[in-house]
Design a protein around this ligand. Sequence first.
Ligand SMILES: [Fe+2]
Length: 225
Amino acid sequence: MIDYLWPTPVLKDTAPWTPDEMEALRRFTVERFHNHKANPPEHGLPDVDVRLRVQLNLFHAEHESHAPPVWHRFRRWVEDTYRDYLLGAHGVRNAKDLRIEARCISVHYQPGMRAQPHYHHTCDHVLCLYLDCGQERSPPNARDWTVGDGELILQDPRPMAGFPFWEKVHYVETVPGLVVLHPSRLWHETNPFNAKGERTLLVVTLRVASHNYVDLYTELKGETP
Ligand SMILES: [Fe+2]
């Protein structure tokens, strides 16, 4: 279902995987996370001081060679879900014909960790699939909301009048199997993961790579004619 918040189209759904398939995706996500930490990749970006940097794409062949069978259906499902969203949320009539590019990131937290406020650049939309949200979580209606527990927080993108901030944020309770798809420029963060166990999710950044006239642009390189 697509909710129009502020109005920003945010899709919330339940993933179609069985518990065994979810467990296979979770194991793969955690294994690739630790593999990435142990084997820093070569990449072409300048070495700026960005604490949240995670340079990997689980859709690359190197990672997919380690993936469980469900992975390839997951990848196709991401594509279908995104094309349906582009049509339903934005009215893109030729959504089925567009060239779509994607990057899949494994996100893995220990208790106390959180995602700091951010948005995603270089892409148009972000899809999250929650695989593990820990154990012994407090129920939302009994939770200390001055602390929270892993909720996804989406921020109203409109300029503000003098409202208190809690009128302008949208909390999403996260559970295994939850799917959220939102525009990449939407500022968001998560409350700290305060339960027991681990928190694991797949984040897919998506972009439309055709029909957008990028090939008409010329690079400005400071050249004198
Ligand atoms: Fe994010």
